[in-house]
Each structure stands twice: as structure tokens, then as C-alpha cells.
Design a protein around this ligand. Structure first.
Ligand code: GDP
Ligand code: MG
Length: 692
């Protein structure tokens, strides 16, 4: 980074418009990454304000520097780094929702202690105007002593130039003279031991040391700082009690009473409130609410299914065309094989997910930004908490029926890490559309088309049973996992609902773009690597066979693995050919169908599925002479695919979203065990009952 580049940090309450402003300031010039070791995301963007290069850091939304959630812990820790080390930004932009001044300025007042220049971006001025709220920026500037206060509207793109100018000016300030919230004399002397402790240990200014001392007295600690010994804290707390201050609410009491005096009260006209309340009454109605939610869900689910299929076919065909074309221009060689089957094939495996991801992220961002998701979370929370999940788990889980990848990406709206992790871990059990080809092949070939109870068909029932099996298992395991995964402090559910807002389309499309990009770049790498490994396993060793065919999947490493694991999968009713299919279908479940087609040497063509079915039905065990595939084997194989973690893209996305290899590996292990045991029970149980 050039030396003249300024660093600025965006801080604000959730929903204050931080992301909207960040997008305006930096455009598409952004880089999303995770904080080291945790799943919380941070975004950096570069921008040029007039002639100054600026690096903008978007921090997670937070209500205060006393953290409640994992996101907020990150912010508090980051700020401790700023006061201890050199990494401090040149200027903080504090984004404040001007329709909710007091609560937003609470955070700002904590920031003014830090001794870093602050520019307040008074956002949502369009809404304030609409509500006829008078917001006096100059009064706020004077009271808080910040560098400047700039009214803006991220929606209407108003005030942005002035904001940029003021940010550049603030970055040059060396002696910020922010006001400090007044501390009554008796409180000052009560907290003195803590202040001295902080000062000795960290060499901070009087003001900041006092502020930390008050936070320690209030909460027992400051996130990211060492803790003084308990006796000292308790002594201070009892001294405070003696002078009539209850320590639990010391910091909020002092700051709010200061803000009360310093900030002109804004009055909210009654009319506005009741409109939002009326909408809420409908949306969270005991039975109207769920009906609306389920209708929306059905619509979104349907959209993922139907809108995505066109683009997915297009991507599929285009990739095949590109592969064929490259195949014709490159001389036939190992290298061209690698390019066409390994790399271009791998790219196809990545891009094929984009339509579903983009559609789901689009709807989800709409629901989130409009304020609807917060209502759903509250409405569904009770039911979902019973199985250890979160109100916001419902939508990701349901979209898992289409595909686990966008579903897992959608879990990021769940703010509790534990509930998010549990949702991610069980989500791949929802029967996704990649399992359909497996079900269709097996049911079509081996489940007789006979009516059951007059109205149902056995084939259809079998299909429903598979979906049911996956879903019920997911809910049961959610309960198990949530008991077992380390409990985090239950966050106090902030009951204040965000106001309804018309989502900013620019923001929504931005989010869709950045999610898509993240998937292709981050998860894409892993998918590509696995795809190349699988290509290698299926195409080597190169052996010259008698019919001049250079290579055959029957002699490949993948087949060797299939044969090696045959004794292990025999109790499930599977032979080495199915074993080979299981190996190659780690790429994606539906690959098992094409692998079986290749093994049985089925020609490409119209009757592809039919001839594969016939070949499978004819296949006999060379030793016993019995059929390889029976209805029982088909059932066992379907149950295997209900549970097995056969999807490299899921693996990759779980790595990306949990920021560690631990969880994807755990997921593959638990799902494989489940698949094995499930199939074992079906096959052995079936045999015991006399089916064969
Ligand atoms: P964040 O949680 O702080 O990142 O907030 P977002 O940028 O996601 O904004 C929250 C909601 O407020 C979104 O629906 C935005 O479209 C909307 N929003 C942001 N800025 C403004 C604004 O200046 N005026 C209005 N009316 N809405 C805004
Ligand atoms: Mg945001």
C-alpha cells in the first residue's frame, strides 16, 4: 500500500446502512475475507476520494463495544488492537441512523473515547424528512466534539461528496478533540483503582483509561483486555453501590444521561408508527403469519427449481461445447484430456451452482433488507429452538431441497454461531435435486409400479419416503449436535425489530454479485482440485487393451478402489461396480448414473436410461450367478445416497463458510457412517425378512 493511502473504518449499528454506504464508497472494488480463525466476515475496499487513496474497512454491525454476539466480539477486539498497536485507522466513520439517534449515538459515544478522528455519517435523512424529524447535525457535532457530522442518504446518494471531503480532512487531523462523557466526581473516585490498573498496564490516556475502568466495573471485563483481579473489581463495585450507583448499568446510565442532555430529542409522529405496527400484526399473526411465510417459501423454492433449470442447462451445454471445441483444436494427448475432462469439467461443476446461488441470495437479501426476516426469526424461533435450530434456519433448510450449496451460504443470516453451525451440518441431509437422478434410475428399474391403498403408487411412495428419511434425520441430528456442540452464551435476543424498509436494489444486486464471486473463487478452488484428482483416479493407469482402446474405467485406479472396498460394501449389497460409482460420485451424486452407464458400456443415445436399466438387470455375479441388482439392493443404494456426503461442492462450501477443515471433514465422516449404517440396516434387515 502506498504510504499516502489512508485507512478508514466504518462502524455502526446493524441496519444503519453501513453496507449501503460501503458499496457507494468503494463500488465493486472489494475483497471479502474471514477474520482469522472465525467465520465472521470482513470486507475491505479501495476508493479514491478526490486525490486521496483510501482503504475502507467494513466492520460487522454492532450496538455497543460490550459484545453480545460473535460479530460484536470481533469489533471490540479490533478496537482494542487499535488502541494498543499501530493498526488504528486514520479516521472512523460512524454511521448513524438519523431516525433512531439515541441508540445509534450510544456506540458513537464509545468511539469518541478512542482518540481517533471521527466523522459521523447521519444516514437515512430521506426517511427522517419523510417522518418530519428535525435532526440538528451541528448540535451533535458540538456536543460530541467529533470532526464533522454529514447528513447523507445512502438510498438517494445524497451528501456523499461532502462526506468524502470531510473524511479526507479528518484523516489529516492529529489531535482529535472529541468530548468525553461526564463522570460524576464520586464515581471517578470509586473507579480510581481500576483506572490506575488500566493505565499502568496499557499506558492509555486518562479519558480512555476511565472509560475502560467504567466498563470493567459494569461488566467485570473489557473484551480483549487482561482482567484485573476479582477483589479489585468487587471492591470498586461495592464502593459504587455505597454511593448509589448499581454497577450493572453504570456505563449505559452515564452515557445515556449525557446523550439525553446533549442531543435534541426527536419526536416520532404517531401515524408512522401505527402503519408499521399494522403490517406487523398481519405478518406475525398466529396463523396468517405462517401462511404468508409458507407461501413466500414455496414461491422462492419454486423459483430456485424452475428459474435455475434453464441457465443450468445452458451452462451445462456451453461447458460441453467448450470441452468439445478444445478437444478438436488440441492434439489428442494426456494434456488435452486433463484440460477437457479435468479442468473444463471442473469449471462446469463450479458454474453449474451459480444460478441457484444467485436466485436464492437475491430473494434472501430482499427478505433481510426489507426487515421481514427479523419477523420470521421471531415467529419461527420457538419451534426451531426445540430442535436446537434458529428461526432463521427454516429458509436455508428448505432451500436445501433444491441444493445444499445456496442453502449453506444462506445460513449467514443466523447470528448465533452455534445455531448456524448446526444448520450447516444437517443441511446436506435435505434431499437435494442431485439425488433425483439416482432415485429415478433405481425406482424406475427396480420398484414395481403397483398401486398402494388404491390412490398411491409404490414408486411415488418410495420417492417420498426418501425425502422424509432425509428430513427427519436432519431434525433429529440437529437436536443431537446442538446438545453436543459447545454452548455459547445465549445472546439476549434484541426484541427491537428493524423498521420495514424498501430494499436498495443496488445493494441487493451487489450482495448477489459478491456471493457469486465468493463461491466461484473460494469454493471453486477446492472443487477444481477435487475434480482433477477424481479425473486422475478415473483415467489412470493408461493401459493398452486388446481392442485398441487405450483406457478403460474397468482398469482405472477408481475401479481398483472400488474392488478394494468391495468386501466392506458387500454387506450393503453392493459390488465393486457400485463401489466405483461411489468413488466417482464424490464429485456429485448424479455422477453415479453416468459412471454406471460407462461401466456397462452403454452407448450414448436416446434410450440411454432404458439400456442402462436393462444392462443393470442383466448383470449377474460371476461366481454365484445371482443378480447384482435386486429391488433390495436398489433400496439400499437409495438410502445410501440419502445419507452419503457425495458432493465435493458441499465439502468446499462448508470449508469456506466455517473457515476450517474440521467441519467439512466431520460432515463427510458422520454422513458416510450414517449412509453405511442406514444401508446395512436396510439390506441385512431385508435379507432377514426374506427379500432378496
Ligand atoms: P447495515 O446492516 O448497516 O449494513 O445496513 P444496510 O446497508 O444493509 O441497510 C439496511 C436497510 O436500510 C436496507 O434495506 C437498505 O436498503 C436501507 N437503507 C440504507 N441506507 C438508506 C437510506 O439512506 N435511506 C433509506 N430509506 N434506506 C436506507
Ligand atoms: Mg451490512
Amino acid at each position: 500500500m502506498a504510504k499516502s493511502t489512508k485507512k478508514i473504518a466504518l462502524l455502526g449499528n446493524p441496519n444503519s446502512g453501513k453496507t449501503a454506504l460501503f458499496n457507494i464508497l468503494t463500488g465493486l472494488n472489494q475483497k471479502v475475507s474471514n477474520y482469522p480463525g472465525v467465520t465472521v466476515e470482513q470486507t475491505f475496499g479501495m476508493a479514491k476520494f478526490e486525490t486521496t487513496m483510501v482503504q475502507v474497512h467494513d466492520l460487522p454491525g454492532t450496538y455497543s463495544l460490550v459484545p453480545e454476539s460473535q460479530d460484536e466480539v470481533i469489533v471490540s477486539q479490533e478496537i482494542i488492537k487499535w488502541v494498543q498497536e499501530e493498526s488504528a485507522p486514520d479516521c472512523i466513520v460512524s454511521i448513524v441512523d438519523s431516525t433512531n439517534l439515541e441508540r445509534n449515538l450510544y456506540l458513537t459515544s464509545q468511539l469518541t473515547d478512542l482518540g481517533i478522528p471521527i466523522v459521523i455519517a447521519l444516514n437515512m435523512t430521506d426517511l427522517a424528512r419523510e417522518k418530519q424529524l428535525e435532526v440538528d447535525g451541528s448540535k451533535i457535532k458540538k456536543s460530541l466534539g467529533v470532526s464533522s457530522v454529514v447528513p447523507i442518504s445512502a438510498r438517494l446518494n445524497e451528501g456523499i461528496d461532502l462526506l468524502k471531503k470531510n473524511i479526507v480532512n479528518a484523516c489529516r487531523e492529529t489531535q482529535p478533540n472529541a468530548s468525553f462523557f461526564p463522570i460524576p466526581e464520586p464515581v471517578l473516585s470509586a473507579i480510581k483503582p481500576l483506572r490506575i490498573w488500566v493505565q499502568d498496564r496499557y499506558q492509555l490516556s486518562d479519558e480512555l483509561s476511565n472509560s475502560f475502568a467504567i466498563r470493567i466495573a459494569t461488566n467485570g471485563k473489557v473484551e480483549g483486555l487482561d482482567q484485573p483481579n476479582l477483589d479489585m473489581i468487587e471492591q470498586v463495585q461495592s464502593d459504587l453501590k455505597r454511593i448509589g450507583f448499581s454497577h450493572e448499568i453504570l456505563e449505559p446510565t452515564l452515557r445515556y444521561s449525557w446523550l439525553d442532555q446533549a442531543i435534541p430529542k426527536a419526536e416520532i409522529p404517531i401515524k408512522q408508527k401505527s402503519r408499521s405496527e399494522k403490517i406487523d400484526e398481519l405478518i406475525t399473526h398466529p396463523w396468517g403469519g405462517p401462511i404468508i411465510f409458507i407461501s413466500l417459501l414455496t414461491f422462492i423454492f419454486q423459483a430456485i427449481f424452475s428459474w435455475a433449470s434453464g441457465p443450468m442447462n445452458f451452462i451445462d451445454e456451453s461447458i460441453a461445447d467448450v470441452g468439445n471445441w478444445v478437444g478438436t483444436i488440441l492434439p489428442s494427448s494426456l494434456f488435452s484430456d486433463l484440460i477437457v475432462e479435468g479442468i473444463i469439467g471442473g469449471a462446469g461443476a463450479i458454474l453449474i451452482f451459480l444460478p441457484q446461488i444467485l436466485i436464492l441470495v437475491f430473494f434472501l437479501t430482499l427478505l433481510e433488507d426489507s426487515g421481514y426476516m427479523a419477523r420470521v426469526a421471531i415467529m419461527m424461533d420457538k419451534a426451531m429452538t426445540k430442535v436446537g435450530l434458529h428461526g432463521r434456519s427454516v429458509l436455508p433448510l428448505m432451500s436445501g431441497y433444491a441444493c445444499a450449496i445456496p442453502g449453506i451460504m444462506a445460513t449467514r443470516t443466523i447470528d448465533s454461531w452455534k445455531e448456524r453451525l448446526v444448520t450447516i451440518l444437517v443441511l446436506p441431509l435435505m434431499s437435494c435435486s442431485a439425488r433425483l437422478p439416482v432415485y429415478v434410475l433405481m425406482i424406475g428399474a427396480f420398484i414395481p409400479d403397483i398401486p398402494v391403498l388404491g390412490i398411491f403408487g409404490l414408486q411415488g411412495l418410495t420417492m417420498i419416503l426418501m425425502y422424509f428419511l432425509g428430513t427427519v434425520t436432519a431434525l433429529i441430528l440437529a437436536l443431537v449436535f446442538s446438545r453436543w456442540i459447545k454452548k455459547e452464551k445465549k445472546t439476549s435476543f434484541i426484541m427491537e425489530l428493524p423498521p420495514y424498509r424498501v430494499p436498495l436494489m443496488r445493494s441487493v444486486f451487489h450482495q448477489v454479485f459478491s456471493r457469486g464471486k465468493l463461491f466461484v473463487t473460494d469454493a471453486g478452488k477446492i472443487i477444481m482440485a477435487i475434480s482433477i484428482v477424481l479425473w486422475f483416479l478415473a483415467s489412470f493407469p493408461k493401459i493398452e487393451t486388446s481392442d485398441g482402446n487405450k483406457q478403460s474405467i474397468h482398469t482405472s485406479y477408481a475401479a481398483k478402489i472400488g474392488k478394494t472396498i468391495e468386501p466392506m460394501i458387500k454387506p450393503l449389497g453392493f459390488d465393486w461396480k457400485i463401489g466405483l460409482g461411489i468413488v466417482t460420485s464424490f464429485a456429485a451424486r448424479e455422477v453415479v448414473v453416468s459412471t454406471l452407464a460407462t461401466i456397462y458400456n452403454v452407448e450414448n443415445g436416446e434410450e440411454n436410461i432404458m439400456s442402462l436399466t436393462d444392462a443393470m438387470k442383466r448383470d449377474k455375479d460371476p461366481i454365484t450367478g445371482k443378480n447384482i441388482f435386486t429391488p433390495l439392493v436398489a433400496l439400499s443404494l437409495m438410502v445410501f445416497y440419502v445419507y452419503a456426503a457425495q458432493c465435493m461442492a458441499t465439502f468446499a462450501i462448508v470449508k469456506r463458510e466455517t473457515n476450517t477443515w474440521k467441519w467439512p471433514v466431520f460432515m463427510v465422516i458422520y454422513m458416510t457412517v450414517l449412509a453405511y449404517v442406514g444401508s446395512l440396516i436396510v439390506y441385512q434387515g431385508g435379507l432377514a425378512l426374506g427379500f432378496s
